[in-house]
Design a protein around this ligand. Structure first.
Ligand code: MF3
Ligand code: CO
Ligand code: CO
Length: 251
């Protein structure tokens, strides 16, 4: 069941989303070669707590940390660790989800560590463009698959990239993961009419090869990696469907 949020719920989700974005920017400011992903986790955790909110990932289905940090061929759900040190040339996605006054906001971005090669830079830029194009397309009265999945798939596949199929966006706000599941490729499973007051994430995971396949780490049961070890990038926003288009809540 896809919830239509009330004006007061929207205000609460907007506030949480803005905190998530502020946390993401603050946390990303610490990125440089030589620091650990555990440091990023600590900075984000402390920032969220000091704003009277909670990090949603912590203890979510047993997730052990407050944010996800996903480096290079890690697609998503990377677990911060003091043993994991960022090095020049890496790309790292930081994914922040906050709970403020009971409301959830969810956003992520992929950043360069020091100087990166052109292949990595282009992957980051094009992944972000694919999200921006989808956001520009979302509007009440249109269909979710046309606005999101088709837009993203059409844009990125022209570069020889692929869209990860096993993970997607999601309704968000009252809970961490709500209906609908948002596919980032065109599928009739997302033939859903958009209505004002729907809130969901768009969070394309794009692999820098034609192989979209991924696998889960057997030891930690969280980390998702590309099957062919190619780079993967991701950007995520929480959006509110409106009559005229959509409002990016994670601004
Ligand atoms: N923030 C992720 C998303 O965009 C979900 C992370 S779940 C966790 O949906 F448990 F790994 F944190
Ligand atoms: Co999300
Ligand atoms: Co997220």
């Amino acid at each position: 069941m896809i919830l239509i949020k009330t004006p007061s719920q929207i205000d609460g989700i907007r506030a949480s989303s803005r905190l998530a974005t502020a946390t993401l920017k603050y946390t990303a400011s610490f990125i440089k070669p030589g620091i650990s992903t555990e440091l990023l986790n600590q900075k984000a955790h402390d920032y969220i707590i000091s704003h009277k909110a909670q990090p949603a990932p912590l203890n979510y289905n047993g997730f052990p940390k407050s944010i996800c940090t996903s480096i290079n061929n890690v697609v998503c759900h990377g677990i911060p660790s003091p043993k994991e040190i960022l090095k020049e040339g890496d790309i790292v996605n930081i994914d922040i989800t906050t709970i403020l006054n009971g409301y959830f906001g969810d956003t992520s971005a992929t950043y360069p560590v020091g100087k990166i090669n052109q292949e990595a830079q282009l992957l980051i830029e094009r992944t972000k463009v694919s999200l921006d194009l989808a956001i520009k397309s979302v509007k009440a009265g249109k269909y979710l698959n046309e606005c999101v999945g088709k837009t993203i798939e059409d844009y990125v596949t022209r570069f020889g990239y692929s869209v990860v199929k096993d993970l997607g966006g999601h309704g968000v706000g009252i809970n961490f993961h709500e209906d609908p599941f948002v596919f980032h490729f065109n599928t009739l499973r997302n033939h859903i009419l958009l209505k004002p007051g729907m809130i969901f994430t768009i969070e394309p995971m794009i692999n820098a090869s034609k192989n979209w396949q991924v696998y889960m780490d057997v030891d930690d049961a969280w980390t998702i990696r590309t099957k062919d070890s190619s780079l993967s990038a991701q950007f995520e926003h929480t959006v509110l469907v409106t009559q005229n288009g959509c409002e990016v809540l994670t601004k």
